[in-house]
Design a binder for this molecule. Sequence first.
Ligand code: ZN
Ligand code: ZN
Length: 476
Amino acid sequence: MKVQGTTINAQYYKKVLQDKLRPAIRKKRPGLLESGILFHHDNAPVHTARAVTDVLAGYKWELLEHPRYSPDLAPCDVLTLAKAAEIVKYINDSTIKFANGANSQSTEHSLPKVTDLDLKSRIITINSILSGGTDLSSKLCQVMTSEINNPSKALTAELESVKTEIPKLEDVKLIAAVPQLVRSEIFKTDHKQVAVTCLFQPGYPEVPLVTEIKSKTLGYKFLQGLAKVCDTEAKKYIGKPQVVHIVQFVSNFLDENPLCVCADEISLVKGKLCGAKDEVKLKQKSSQVVLKICQEEYFLNLRLTVPDDYPLRQVVPEIADHNFPEFLRINFQAQATETARQCVQPPLKKKPKDPPFVPKPSLRSVAEYVIECVQKYPLEICPLCHERALPVDPTSESATRGKYRVEKVYCGHLFHLICLTKFMKTPPFSEGKFCPTCGKQIFHEKFKVSAKVLEDRWAHKQAKQRELEEVVDFLE
Ligand SMILES: [Zn+2]
Ligand SMILES: [Zn+2]
């Protein structure tokens, strides 16, 4: 229940109940206030705030309890037919079990016994009244009670077989099998687990069932896509039992597509690769993502292997093929490996004020690092001579040999060795040498000499020069 542009807080919700909902019930459902209201909303903090519970207690409305730990079960503003039916079923079973997400422990939760008749006349959800759908709740309850009472023979038979067949499937747990829906949970790893709800439509099994897939760990886009594929799959079994096929299909799909654990990351990475020659290949069999990244004449193929227990363990990056100078490949590879490690291992030196370390997915960080390098370095300009640092033609050997050999210094900028040598050997020395592009001090293996030595060398060279000039003067 949300009014555009308004943040819902407890005070606002209380006002809606007092000024809008109660008058609307009086007008649209006369007599209901007297006969008693069964009110349903979820456990959002706004709904359970003292100010709100006090108002509801004052009205003497009975609360249709919303199961804890079940964000996907019927928030009041999306109380669809099937979900309402699910509530009725659960209520009538008196005790319900909900798998409690990541650690898979079950939470038992008792609800008051409510009859269908009670529900039909009394259930109120805030949207059913305020959105103008006066009869929505009663219609819902009529449809669902009639379907509960009269499931078709085919459906009854299928539900019976579902109860024996689904528990036989590997990694699958049956949660509910009622004439409106079958819900099961598939648990592959801590990060690869889904709840599959097969919803029966009127006319089933002559019409395909509709599948809803939820997960606390897998990406929304992936789940939407998978649900769509399931709907197509269900069409293959029209007129026949569909549920077990669909659940098995989802379970197989998770096994055969190990990269589903990073589906969202992959689509973000694809967004960074927009060159005509760039490519992303998914190799589900070997659980690898292969990127071909290009910049002008340069290219690099990056192979990222996603481990079984991703994202707890990091991706393994490997530069498979490339035409960069070897020193850059070594550098990219080392940095990519380090970036991956940092995603899953706490820093070696922990600062006291750092928040507790939480491992995070590494595929996107690693891929984006390498993509940035490949896109940046071929165009980089030597900060000293302002020409391209790397040769425009990658097959030219000048980047690794000869006077235009290229060096990468501490700050990450590329210099021609010839430019850098001249710069490093020219005063002033005392304060150190700084990169003209970024201002960071230049550290490099080749120039690990103190300012004193450099001063001496410079003085020596100058002295030699003077001597030489004197000799030339003398000869003239
Ligand atoms: Zn240069
Ligand atoms: Zn720099």
